[in-house]
Design a protein around this ligand. Sequence first.
Ligand code: HEC
Length: 418
Amino acid sequence: MDLDVYVKDRAAAIRTGKALLWDMQVGSDGVTACASCHYQAGADGRDKNQLAQGRDGRWDSGHALNQQLTTTTRFPFTKFASVNDPFSAKKWNYNEIVCSQGVLAMTYIAITNTAVDAGTVRPGEASSSGGINIRQVTGRNAPSVINAIFNDRNFWDGRPHNEFDGVNPFGNCDVNARVYENIDAVTGQATPLRIAIANASLASQAVGPVNSDVEMAHGGRDFAAVGKKFLALQPLGLQKVSTTDSILGSLANPTSNGLDTTFGPLISAALQPKWISGVNKFSVAAGRVVPDLAGGPLSNATTPVQGQELLLGLGFVYPAEFMPMTDAINSAYDIGYYNIGIRPTLDDLGIGGNDPFGVPLSYAKRIQLGILIDDNRLFDNFIYPDSRLAIEDAFKTPMLRNVALTGPYMHNGGYDTE
Ligand code: HEC
């Protein structure tokens, strides 16, 4: 990956990234950071309001909304009478999910020059317990972010694409995603460009939660608002930063909160100037950031030239292969994603599901359908229309580093010991 096309100074980019991951001001409520859900060895160690109803919409485990997980919570969520015999009777069996609490169900109105965005409670939708609105919860357990840079595709179901389009998690599936590049020395006008940065699933992932109305934002907030909000705020302005922090220590304010700088200099130290120096004013239309282009309509400059160049000369990987299943029939599956029988298939299809464009998440299925659109993937194992796939209810195998600290385990958080 030619990162230098985008990043001017990697150390500066790491500083900016670390500040953003920990900053509570990223959340519309001025409290929720990425790190709220990724605090303990990169995973979520909280134990109140961390349970979601499963597929049946019921509370089978004896818990309810906003409750505390306790030492008497009965893990694992599926308990066999004989631990070594999956065909023995089930002593109990819950489809609840130990997950992560996010934000209240709100609709975005505006940024406010403070950490808290203006918004209204979404009537009828807010989760409520005893008459009090409570934070919504995610549908899966939060894995550790540590070393997530090495994941070919992130999330339990691989939905943040390996190639990053610069805008959202959907990579080449979003044919309308554009970044803006200032290559006109005379006018300084930025022009739209379609990109696909390979092996950048972590970047595809990181742009997801920020404006998710469950995880961090009032519904309807966009990145133009987030950017503008941050230019007015002190990085980590609500939090004390240790002067001994390995990355941010030298910037930490020794007597008060936050960093002794603003986001403007942090960002301009990190990125190549052409991505941030355009003179255009930007506005938001139909949920997308669009520049007011002096030079003509958007369609004038939308060839994905640079993206294609970036993809040349990459190390190609094989995304899928065949393997005999327990019935000895060879089946195609996505390497690294396995159905190990944690829950019944229909509870959660995992990588067997589709993205918001209706495209299968599974590479094996995309190869079978002839729509493998991640250009840096190669495959020599042709998957025929009648080949059997083993993709439903299959989830990414997580890393085991620090596993003792990252419980509970599996996509449903149904196991409390490693
Ligand atoms: C409300 C809680 C919450 C917040 C806030 C949150 N995450 Fe997560 N994160 C999760 C959950 C839950 C998952 C698993 C989702 C899935 O696989 O479907 C996850 C998954 C991830 C993964 C994938 C790790 C892996 O092994 O696949 C990364 C990386 C990550 N988050 C980074 C971030 C970043 C960066 C932010 C901030 C921009 C963020 N998260 C904000 C809950 C959260």
